[in-house]
Design a protein around this ligand. Structure first.
Ligand code: CU1
Length: 150
């Protein structure tokens, strides 16, 4: 009796091992094929836009578009662009800071005297007299620009 009982136990234990082994193999096969198929489908869905390009989109700051109308100056990469702007008398020029660092639009005689402009900060000035208006950034004096009013 004890022998039968113990051998019956061994059989059922062996069956369990076999069954669990087959299950493991099935799970392994499923785990192997499913992500591969999903990856392929994913890659096909995004073929026109590489995943690397998608990843950079949220990092990009929504642009305060510098308008190329001759009346805007972008302050970016520690430069005024364009560094020299020629405008007719009565023009209003707007500077936009696209840098992460703060900048100012300052002339020596303080005709131009913006506050510190943070990222996306803007400053506008209307030029009512002809002349050359040289300016710089009071925080980074190596940054210079000029507006020629005709
Ligand atoms: Cu600056």
């Amino acid at each position: 009796m004890p022998n039968q009982h113990s051998s019956g136990r061994k059989i059922s234990r062996r069956r369990l091992v076999l069954v669990s082994g087959m299950l493991a193999a099935t799970i392994a096969a499923t785990a192997c094929s499913t992500p591969a198929a999903a990856t392929t489908a994913h890659a096909q869905m995004h073929t026109p836009v590489p995943p690397a390009a998608l990843a950079t989109v949220p990092a990009a700051r929504p642009a305060v578009a510098p308008v190329a109308d001759g009346l805007h100056v972008e302050i970016g990469n520690f430069n005024f662009t364009p560094a020299e702007l020629v405008v007719p008398v009565g023009s209003t020029v707007t500077w936009t800071n696209t840098d992460d660092a703060p900048h100012t639009v300052t002339s020596t005689d303080k005709t131009l005297n913006s506050p510190s402009l943070n990222t996306d900060g803007q400053f506008s000035f209307t030029f009512t007299s002809p002349g050359t208006y040289a300016y710089f950034c009071a925080i980074h004096p190596f940054m210079t620009g000029k507006v020629v009013v005709q």
